[in-house]
Design a protein around this ligand. Sequence first.
Ligand code: CAA
Length: 388
Amino acid sequence: MPRLPEFLALTAEQREIQLAVRAFAAQEIAPHAARWDRESHFPREVLPGMAELGLFGMLIPEAYGGLGLDTVSYLLALEEIAAADAATAVTMSVHNSLPTQMILHYGTEAQRMRFLPPMARGDILGAFALSEADAGSDASALRTQAVRDGDAYVLNGTKAWVTNGSEAGVILTMARTDTAGARNGARGIAAFIVTPDLPGVRVGKHESKMGLRASPTVQLVFDNLRVPIDQLLGEPDAGFIYAMASLEHGRLGIATQAVGIARAAFDHAVAYAAERRQFGKAIKEHEAIQFKLADMATRISGARALLFAAAAAKDRGEGVTQLAAMAKLTASETAMWVATQAVQVFGGYGYVTDYPVERLFRDAKVTEIYEGTSEIQRIVIARELYGE
Ligand code: CAA
């Protein structure tokens, strides 16, 4: 029995994808998520099964070895992975939404043919290196330098908060091509397809995070890294614009991850409220709990409706800058709120690691932070109001 209404008019193919990924996630991912979190274990062993389902090439056209599916299908699959384990979901989201999309949209035919087929097969994971220690929300303040030297660019600098960074075979990296004296802001930045086999790339600090502990987040240090010119993506002054445009896709991915987390927290709360007895009856019979569950169901359905409206608009080829920001803002704040309520329904048991809701509570928080904080989403939404 579904606990939330499936209000989307899915095609037969989309429904099939949703059910296949749901079954896979229930069997291969959900039972292990608590241990992976506890042990900070990156679940490499689950990647081949995900790859077999095509989950690393959902948006990559068939000509480059992917499934060539629409955004709605991709996000339906991602939602199922996220409901089972948010950490595995961010691995999938970053790979599909950022590096593969950037190579597909801005790469040369040779770059697409070289990188997309192994990425679609899941042989190579992708990462996205934009942020730095002093350039988070203010992303265009990044300082990693890229200096042209013959047939290569030489990169120096340190990237921060790189999801998949220690596991990736392709790291889409933004670096400044303008010289120190002539900062052109967002315009003086290029995007590079960095591969970790190049001498001069080193994985730095592994972050120890509050949540998503099974997803590796690292610093990447570039020390006189020579990136061959054929691994420059598009125009040398347009990398920031490519990154911003791709983050629209990324933000839909994180919104989906948040919906998955909220759904999981809600499911646990519903089940627990039916089992737990206080004052002589199951706590679901108490109005205080009923109202909580009703509000959780309503908020999740609202966030999901906005998310899939944004995804459908993207599939129609419409600009979704504002909608993607709204979906990410709504879904992440919903995830945090729903996870908080779920902990409350569990009471003391919600506060201990024997039960899953404390992990969901910890996992939810980052969705309000990465790929643009809630404050940045509000800026993006407000700017669009005036067409800025
Ligand atoms: N699509 C296309 N182009 C865009 C765009 C979009 N959505 N948004 C901005 N641009 C273009 C602008 O048109 C502008 O181009 P011109 O120079 O031609 O005018 C250029 O990009 C610069 O834009 P802004 O002037 O708006 O830049 P800004 O410095 O004021 O920054 C910002 C705007 C919205 C605050 C931006 O810095 C931002 O989004 N910050 C948040 C950073 C972020 O989301 N980081 C995520 C890190 S990745 C991550 O978390 C992944 C992970 O591992 C999970």
